[in-house]
Design a binder for this molecule. Structure first.
Ligand code: CA2
Length: 143
């Protein structure tokens, strides 16, 4: 059974420590645990990188060996055509996730390149969105 890739973009390694009013108090390690619990038997490859290049290489890895992608691209959401191009090469389900509700924020956060490829977008559910997205991916893969 191919794994699920859960990819997290820049600064998300600092979750739980700064700006709790926007991003909550859950750490990325706790989010990882919630993803693994939701995935059950399905392997989860959970990664965070501050580098666009590394995230693109992880998408390439998923293209070769992943069943689905859950990605919180953080700031690369709004800037990275290269990440969008990589995701377009992936044939399985792609979920874009944001902890905060990006549409409630400044206009600069409203235009997502990644949404042009994502099959579904979750935002504003806080860290709870991650296990919801994992369950959705498992359902899609079982269809
Ligand atoms: O809400 C999200 O998950 C975001 O993807 C987070 C990004 C932001 O650029 C997106 O608009 C929405 C920023 C992540 C910044 O990471 C922090 C981590 C801890 C504390 C403060 C910021």
């Amino acid at each position: 059974m191919k794994p699920l890739y859960v990819l997290n973009g820049p600064n998300l390694n600092r979750l739980g420590r700064r700006e709790p009013a926007i991003y909550g108090t859950t750490t990325l390690a706790e989010i990882e645990a919630s993803c693994r619990a939701a995935a059950g038997e399905r392997e989860v490859i959970f990664r965070q990188s501050n580098s666009e290049e590394t995230l693109i290489e992880l998408v390439h890895e998923a293209i070769d060996s992943g069943a689905g992608i859950l990605i919180n691209p953080a700031a690369f959401t709004f800037t990275s055509l290269a990440l969008l191009d990589a995701l377009k090469m992936f044939e399985g389900p792609v979920i874009e996730l944001h902890i905060s509700n990006i549409h409630k924020r400044e206009p600069i956060y409203h235009r997502s390149y990644v949404s042009m490829r994502a099959d579904a977008v979750i935002c504003g559910m806080g860290a709870e969105g991650y296990p919801v997205a994992i369950r959705y991916l498992l359902g899609k893969l079982a269809d």
